[in-house]
Design a protein around this ligand. Structure first.
Ligand code: GDP
Ligand code: MG
Length: 437
């Protein structure tokens, strides 16, 4: 599946120090394959990977994030862009606002009609009227009435009529009479695209002039969803898409494909059968869902917020010159702490969350270290070599720790400095790696 493929693609980057022409090209090839498999059409997949590669190569890799993580973030942003970038609100200012619901049988039109009425009534302070326009199945009228009863929204029906156009018009007149300011017209679908159905819904459209025409589609139907969307859009020029049944483990690749083929905004997603199971469509959240990367994206964002690139460059320089001191060490500890709770932070890394579920991670692990460093004078922090025995005693007393703890920290710090210096010198690092098993 897409997840496995992406995992494999990211493996290429794992352990690489920076994003290079070669590792990005390889990763993008894998990702393009994965997107194609997830029903994204070729043109979109190619445009997407080209764009991400371009951006990736122009990026400086921050010390805090791996290239794989950075790339995930870039991909996430680009995917969100492709899916419209920002939330697309419904146009509901007219009084009454007419909303026409279209789609195939079983897509979730009737359910969505109820959810939308509920959403508008409870969150947008509207007074909606539902109109039962599916005249072919008496059960469809019953279904809408049951939903209307659950959410306390009136339903206009005419069980004697087989004319959806007349019903829609009568429903609008009824709303005007009763002061209802949104009319939601549920319609009949078909099992597949069919001329008669298309003619009928096109006529309902031309005789009611809807402000919104929402095309409802089952997200689980993959490439079919895209073909259906295209057929409906060619005929109806709809104003928005509703993706239903995103409550399972459907990844939502359909969102990307539909947007790229019909270029209409996705406005809502259905996430269950209940009337409350409706969400406004957020492109960035759908992007993370498609990438299925846990919450790496917010990890990267937090890291980017906290780690100043210039500071990182300064640090590199200091390490190279073996000038990394206790002040730097203290500020590194603070950076990590600023990023939040250790366990949450680690849990955002894919695969790690589950592994550390039952592990105790002590957020206070840094506290004694910090107080020891804070008990050093500025001169001592900048010149760790100058911290002699009497100074160590003073620091231990001042920080409420023991001489053993102070000795241990200074020893660890010195070892760390050595390793850091090694790694800042590529030749020395290579020599060291050779010595490893
Ligand atoms: P219509 O033929 O387009 O009007 O489709 P319906 O509204 O009757 O829905 C068909 C079936 O899909 C019903 O069993 C609904 O309960 C179910 N359904 C609709 N939306 C969702 C959703 O977002 N999630 C899930 N799990 N089921 C849904
Ligand atoms: Mg229906």
């Amino acid at each position: 599946n897409l997840q496995d493929k992406l995992d494999r693609a990211f493996k290429v980057l794992k352990g690489q120090g920076s994003i290079t022409e070669i590792n990005v090209a390889e990763t993008m090839k894998e990702i393009r394959k994965a997107l194609l498999d997830a029903d994204v059409n070729y043109k979109t997949a190619k445009a997407f990977t080209d764009e991400v590669r371009e951006k990736a190569l122009g990026q400086n890799v921050l010390t805090a994030v791996s290239p794989g993580q950075l790339l995930t973030k870039l991909m996430n942003d680009e995917l969100a862009n492709l899916m419209g970038g920002t939330v697309q609100e419904l146009n509901i200012t007219a009084n009454p606002t007419i909303i026409l619901i279209a789609g195939l049988n079983g897509a979730g039109k009737t359910t969505f009609s109820g959810k939308l009425a509920n959403f508008l009534a409870t969150q947008k302070n509207k007074k909606p009227l539902l109109v039962a326009g599916d005249v072919y199945r008496p059960a469809a009228i019953d279904q809408l009435e049951v939903l209307g009863g659950q959410i306390n929204v009136p339903v206009y029906t005419d069980r004697n009529s087989k004319d959806p156009i007349a019903i829609a018009k009568a429903g609008i007149a009824e709303a005007k009479k009763n002061g209802q300011n949104v009319v939601i017209i549920d319609t009949a679908g078909r099992l597949a695209i069919d001329e008669e159905m298309m003619n009928e819904i096109a006529e309902v459209k031309s005789s009611t002039n809807p402000h919104e025409i929402l095309f409802v589609v089952d997200a689980m139907t993959g490439q079919d969803a895209v073909n259906t969307a295209k057929a409906f859009n060619d005929r109806l020029d709809f104003t928005g898409v509703v993706l239903t049944k995103l409550d399972g483990d459907t990844r939502g690749g359909a969102a990307l494909s539909i947007k790229s083929v019909v270029n209409k905004p996705i406005k809502f997603i259905g996430t269950g059968e209940k009337m409350e199971a409706l969400d406004v469509f957020y492109p960035d959240r759908m992007a993370s869902r498609i990438l299925g990367m846990g919450d790496v994206v917010s990890l990267v964002e937090r890291a980017q917020m906290q780690f100043d690139e210039k500071e990182a460059a300064e640090l590199q320089k200091k390490i190279r010159k073996n000038k990394f001191d206790f002040n730097d060490f203290l500020s590194q500890i603070q950076q990590i702490k600023k990023m939040g709770n250790m366990k949450d932070l680690m849990g955002m890394i894919p695969g790690v969350g589950k592994a550390i579920k039952d592990v105790e991670i002590d957020d206070n692990a840094f506290t004694p270290i910090e107080s020891i460093i804070r008990s050093m004078t500025p001169h001592e922090r900048e010149n760790p070599d100058a911290i002699n025995q009497s100074r160590r005693t003073r620091i231990a007393n001042g920080s409420g720790t023991t001489i053993t703890e102070v000795n241990k920290l200074i020893k660890q710090f010195e070892d760390m400095r050595k390793v850091m210096k090694q790694f800042s010198n590529p030749a020395a690092a290579a020599k060291m790696m050779k010595g490893m098993p």
